[in-house]
Design a protein around this ligand. Structure first.
Ligand code: CO
Length: 209
């Protein structure tokens, strides 16, 4: 109960396996990380960033929270973005949502869930921005799927509106922000084709000169 022995056993085996395949793997990584990607995803245990894109430790910088939301005042998320963009100099920021997201589902409900309702409000805002499009769909499942996608698209925009990303673009840096959605049922990622790569692709009201 206090030791979680099986996890330590797993860890020892994993470290041994990894060292066997590449003897200097940990030594090299301990000296530096230079990931090309920042992943902003859902905290859901079924959507582990590294595994679903088959990348090794050191290859992807990760931030996860309930329903992959990027809030303008979330110092945690903003600090991750700042470090990834300014220090690690990642070339891609990926916002990856997933179908069947519990956070999105809860945001679609009217009942109380406690503290998290304050977080889910951001998703209800996304619903409100696209209310007509969502309510034009008859089927609840389709509405749920659409909100999972629209939430990703909104968060891609929020990433692009940060001073951090805009500063990188103003400096002429190559930085692309992508919106993806993952299917729990088949393990397949779908590109929502909403990639943004520069200041001229964002709404004028958010563009800083
Ligand atoms: Co989720």
């Amino acid at each position: 109960m206090r030791r979680l022995k099986h996890l330590f056993d797993n860890n020892q085996k994993w470290a041994a396996r990894t060292t066997e395949a590449a003897p200097d793997f940990f030594l090299k990584l301990s000296k530096q990380q230079s990931p090309q990607y920042l992943w902003i995803g859902c905290a859901d245990s079924r959507v582990p960033a590294n595994q679903i894109v088959d990348l090794l430790p050191g290859e992807i910088f990760v931030h996860r929270n309930i329903a992959n939301v990027v809030v303008h005042t979330d110092l945690n998320c903003l600090s991750v973005i700042q470090y990834a963009v300014e220090v690690l100099k990642v070339k891609h920021i990926i916002v990856c949502g997933h179908y069947g997201c519990g956070g999105i589902k809860a945001a679609l409900e009217s009942r109380e869930h406690g503290l998290i309702d304050n977080w889910l409000r951001h998703i209800k805002d996304v619903y409100r921005f696209h209310q007509q499009k969502i309510e034009a769909l008859e089927n609840e499942t389709e509405r749920f799927k659409l909100l999972c996608e629209l939430n990703v698209i909104e968060q891609v925009a929020n990433v692009c509106h940060t001073t951090i990303v805009q500063k990188a673009w103003k400096e002429g840096r190559q930085l692309a922000v992508h919106g993806w959605v993952y299917g729990l049922e088949d393990g397949i990622i779908k590109d929502l084709d909403v990639c943004i790569t520069g200041l001229d692709e964002i709404a004028a009201i958010h563009r800083m000169k």
